[in-house]
Ligand binder design. Structure first.
Ligand code: SF4
Length: 307
């Protein structure tokens, strides 16, 4: 029995966990493939060399800031992850993999197209991207699926306030939902977000309805502006300001922050020193970010005058 009649996905997942288990060999095969990809992606150095002539924008980044999208498209290296962050990402991937596996086993729901590459129109071009899949829910309707593993704070905020677009989750889902509706892959313009609290392993579900796809329309304009900026060899304006001399939320989590805030503008690279990435500048900077730790947590302070 689904304990929460409002729940389309999480209820059947809980029922499966608390009830009789069985093994679905297809779901297991998909899990093994995804596991290999996770371990390979997070723990191996192998990366295909980037084709310098090919500009790639990613639907998963549709909600990010234009500068960050441009830096990635140009192949500017981001700050390398420290060991704990890399491990956290790997654990997040594993949690998501298990949720997908559970959906594949739970009664009354089913999943297809997990991580299947699609050609998604954003702005004037199509870009390759994938979603967590298409879930056929308890009510029989097919929806786009997003699985998120989150800290206990992120989980609490989402339960209280719903899904927000601070890290572009809504824009990304809106772009995918629009594509799936256009291709008639889903029945309603909706995304089911399944959240997992990494501390308590509690689940939470939110269904977001994209009535007018306004976020996807904004992403269209954004991707086209990034393409134009690349053509014009210009850097788009920074959409975020400093907050009391420190980086705000989005910039703190951005792997291109050192390149973004340095003057003279230059692609900043990194060297590992005592387990931490240290920025290396080609040209002596007059403005740069200084990392300051307070109670073990980093803050980034701008040294020099903000431009
Ligand atoms: S540091 Fe902030 S403004 Fe700069 S690219 Fe990253 S998110 Fe954008």
């Amino acid at each position: 029995m689904n304990p929460n009649p409002e729940s389309q996905v999480v209820g059947p997942m809980r029922d499966y966990l608390e009830g009789e288990k069985h093994l679905d060999s297809k779901a297991m095969e998909a899990a093994v493939v995804r596991f290999q990809r996770t371990v390979g992606g997070q723990f191996s150095k192998e990366r295909k060399p980037r084709d310098q002539d090919e500009i790639k924008l990613y639907p998963s980044e549709a909600g990010k800031c234009e500068r960050a999208i441009l830096y990635k498209a140009l192949g500017i290296p981001g700050e390398p992850f420290m060991s704990d962050v890399r491990f956290k990402f790997a654990m997040g991937d594993l949690v998501e993999l298990l949720v997908v596996y559970l959906i594949g086993h739970a009664k009354g729901i089913s999943l297809t197209d997990n991580n299947t590459i699609m050609e998604i129109q954003i702005g004037s071009r199509k870009w390759r991207g994938a979603s967590d899949g298409i879930v056929k829910c308890l009510d029989g309707k097919k929806r786009n699926l997003e699985v998120k593993s989150t800290s206990k704070w992120g989980f609490k905020f989402t339960k209280e306030r719903g899904v927000d677009d601070n890290f572009g989750y809504l824009t990304q889902a809106c772009v995918l939902t629009r594509h799936m509706m256009q291709e008639k892959l889903i029945d309603v313009p909706e995304t089911v977000f399944v959240y997992v609290d990494r501390d308590s392993m509690h689940f939470h579900e939110e269904i977001v309805v994209f009535d007018d796809f306004s976020l996807a329309h904004k992403a269209d304009l954004k991707f086209d502006r990034v393409l134009q900026a690349i053509k014009d060899k210009k850097v788009p304006k920074r959409p975020y300001q400093l907050q009391k001399g420190k980086l705000g939320l989005q910039c703190s989590y951005c792997s291109h922050k050192f390149t973004c805030w340095v003057r003279p503008h230059q692609a900043v690279t990194f060297e590992m020193k005592e387990g931490r990435p240290e920025p290396v500048y080609r040209v002596q900077p007059t403005q740069y970010l200084n990392t300051v730790f307070s109670r073990g947590k980093p803050n980034w302070i701008l040294v020099g005058n903000a431009e």
